[in-house]
Design a protein around this ligand. Structure first.
Ligand SMILES: [Zn+2]
Ligand SMILES: [Zn+2]
Length: 565
């Protein structure tokens, strides 16, 4: 770790720069570099979920060329909260740059297993930060200010430099009744506003929604109806980091005489972490293991599970096509999807819901009905305006949103007249510079997206970077399947095309064995799995990857194509 300020030969600079490396004008990959003179800190380090069209890609991380080129100046990575779009890229980034990571205890607890999976436990220093306990990083005086969000222990950062203070909000809403009673610290925000803030960087996600976002507590009413009224089992799918939601479900399960089972790797891992930290209260006697579920009458079962986005191999998606080991849907069961559908996932989610109905379940999802089954973690227009009014900055930069959201946030700020100097519209890569004269955009750094394949959602597999250099090394294989949409049978033997892999015409036996792997995979799948292209493609991809790895030692990118005939 380099803590020197670069020696005496470099003249001190009095410029402050903000460089969004991701998250502005796009959904996800939140990452912002702030520099004062020669020192740099990075706020958040997130991923983006790919849309289903990006075959063979599980997550997308920001291109960190700029960080790599400036790694000697990086003093710290500071996390606002533990959502994937803020911490998911940590292991990939820390593989290349070296810096201590600051976060709240819960945020760091979510980051720790990610680093461990990448063998970075020893290499990375995690430092806890707490509200009202400011600390120094190089020339930055940093204070963590508690805000409410759909995840616990979220907050804004006040970054004070000789040029002034920056408030970076992270994701927030002003929830007056959070499940853990820890409300947003409006006083500290107002104090900074009173003292004078140079620039506000604020969450723009829900600027489109008028009014105020309901409290996390609002879903309790709907979940009470379901827990109390369902004649069979109750399955609730939500994000595994939503501790408010998990606490509500836990409390309701106990009240309605249902045992509770957590299913799905991230659900089990995160609920364990939160229980150990005392941030999720679940009595031991309430819990039941998945293999014991069938011993209980359906009326006494509740399950919290992963799969709210219809991810092909997630617990709920498997249950929907009746390929889960422990749970088989029966009439009378009720399924609640207590999450928003991330744009791009609608098709997979609605297909999953169709399967669940077909098996006899009643499905509750976010369809606008009241009381709500899900509430957003992001503040609506009035809350975003309240933030602007509390801070009343000289400069305002809308962040965390696609271009139209940033634009509308800018318009809202103009109407409020809460910004004394200027509102600046930035996009990822733009360099914004402040000095005693003012603020201006001074150029661009290279940004972009890097696609990564981490195997399946529920299994831990060796992490494979699918960047160009790896495609260059191992190539691409495209198996093509013609499936009869009525019978679910293969119409013709699968074809296999490759580029940059072993020339397949020279190894007919490899082509034939790969065909057999595909045929066996299709044979072993039931007709619903086959008709669900996401599932069958994922299964073929996994099976072929193992096969090629074993036979050739190569790991080409595998992109199955299904033709419906
Ligand atoms: Zn968030
Ligand atoms: Zn976010």
């Amino acid at each position: 770790m380099v803590y020197s300020k670069g020696g005496n030969n470099i003249p001190p600079s009095s410029k402050l720069r903000a460089i969004p490396l991701g998250g502005l004008g796009e959904f996800g990959m939140n990452m912002m570099a702030y520099e004062y003179g020669d020192d740099m800190i990075v706020v958040d380090c997130g991923i983006m979920f790919p849309d289903p069209g990006m075959l063979g890609v599980d997550i997308v991380i920001p291109d960190i060329t700029y960080l790599r080129q400036n790694k000697d100046r990086l003093r710290a990575i500071i996390l606002t909260h533990g959502h994937e779009d803020h911490i998911g890229a940590l292991p990939y980034v820390l593989d290349e740059v070296d810096a201590p990571v600051y976060g709240s205890p819960f945020t760091l607890a979510l980051a720790r297993p990610k680093l461990a999976e990448h063998g970075l436990t020893e290499a990375v220093e995690l430092r806890e930060m707490h509200p009202h306990q400011p600390f120094e990083v190089g020339p930055f005086h940093v204070e963590f200010i508690r805000l409410t969000h759909s995840i616990i222990e979220a907050g804004a950062l006040a970054l004070t430099t000789p040029l002034g203070t920056i408030i970076h909000t992270g994701d927030f809403k002003f929830d007056p009744t959070p499940m853990d009673q820890r409300v947003s610290d409006l006083h500290t925000l107002a104090d900074y506003g009173r003292k004078g803030v140079l620039a506000l960087f604020s969450d723009s996600t829900n600027i489109d929604r008028p009014g105020v976002t309901p409290s996390e507590r609002a879903v309790r009413e709907r979940l009470t109806e379901i827990m109390g009224g369902a004649p069979g089992r109750v399955l609730i799918s939500c994000f595994s980091t939503s501790m408010h939601r998990l606490q509500i479900v836990t409390d309701l399960a106990a009240q309605h005489g249902r045992r509770l089972c957590f299913i799905g790797r991230s659900m089990i891992q995160n609920s364990d972490i939160a229980r150990e930290m005392g941030r999720l209260r679940v009595p031991d006697e309430l819990l039941v293991a998945p293999q014991d579920l069938r011993k209980l009458p359906p009326r006494q079962v509740s399950v919290v599970l992963t799969g709210s986005q219809g991810e092909p191999l997630s617990a709920l998606a498997r249950i929907a096509v009746d390929s889960h080991r422990w749970i088989h849907i029966e009439p009378g069961d009720e399924v609640a999807i207590s999450a928003r559908v991330i744009p791009g996932n609608e098709k997979s989610v609605f297909r999953m819901i169709d399967h669940l109905y077909r098996r006899g379940a009643t499905v509750h999802y976010s369809d606008g009905s009241q009381p709500p089954i899900h509430v957003s973690g992001h503040g609506s227009a009035e809350e975003l305006k309240l933030m602007l009014n509390l801070i009343r900055p000289k400069y305002f930069i809308p962040i965390h949103g696609e271009y139209r959201q940033l634009y509308r946030h800018m318009q809202a700020a103009k109407e409020l007249a809460a910004v004394s100097q200027e509102i600046l519209m930035l996009q990822s890569g733009d360099v914004l510079e402040f000095d005693t004269e003012g603020a201006r955009q001074v150029g661009k750094v290279s940004v972009g997206r890097i696609c990564i394949d981490v195997g399946t959602f529920d299994e831990v597999e060796e992490v494979i970077l699918k960047e160009r250099r790896l495609i260059a090394a191992d190539g691409i294989v495209i198996p093509i399947l013609a499936i009869n949409e009525h019978t679910g049978q293969l119409q013709t033997p699968p074809e296999i095309v490759s580029r940059g892999f072993i020339p397949l015409n020279e190894v007919p036996e490899l082509v034939e064995s790969a065909r057999q792997v595909i045929l066996r995979t299709v044979e072993k799948s039931n007709s619903e799995e086959i008709s669900d292209w996401g599932v069958i493609k994922e299964k073929i991809r996994t099976a072929l990857r193992r096969h090629f790895d074993k036979e050739t030692g190569k790991r080409p990118m595998i992109l199955p194509v299904v033709l419906e005939v």
